[in-house]
Design a protein. Structure first.
Length: 148
């Protein structure tokens, strides 16, 4: 395909609400257009991982009760926090470096993670097509992670 043919397909997908873009400004030259899937496109990529995760959580809740499920979530969170802290930049590193590192960790785990910074200085960590969202909605409470 030619670059123009690709652009025409992308523009058609944009009109259908399936892709979106951000224009990244740099010191020199025109802004660079960065394309990404729009939320409406998620349905185009069916993923049974979310269903499996929710089913497993339900089964664990039935087998071990709420207290057992709580213990399981706390242990998983502890192990994940330990692993992430070992991979994150040292204490005192700039927040931008930490967010970039976390996005990379999540991508390496198979999530479609990305990060960005708004003009007002707000940082965003975005996970696209994430089965954890469905799992989190299926349990009655969440364990909060703190990053130090």
């Amino acid at each position: 395909m030619t670059p123009m043919a690709v652009r025409q397909h992308i523009y058609a997908l944009s009109e259908d609400g399936l892709v979106d873009y951000d224009d990244e400004r740099h010191r020199v030259g025109r802004p660079r257009r960065v394309w990404k899937l729009a939320p409406a496109a998620q349905a185009e990529f069916p993923d049974s991982h979310a269903d499996l995760t929710v089913e497993l959580i339900d089964a664990m809740g039935h087998a071990f009760g709420d207290e057992g499920l709580d213990r399981l979530i706390v242990e998983r969170t502890r192990a994940q926090l330990e692993r992430y802290q070992a991979l994150m930049p040292r204490k005192g590193a700039p927040i931008q470096q930490k967010i970039a590192a976390l996005a990379k960790i999540r991508r390496d785990e198979g999530y479609m993670a990305e990060w960005s910074k708004d003009r007002d200085g707000t940082f965003w960590l975005i996970e696209n097509h994430c089965p954890i969202c469905a799992a989190a909605r299926s349990v009655r409470h969440c364990v909060e992670m703190s990053w130090r």
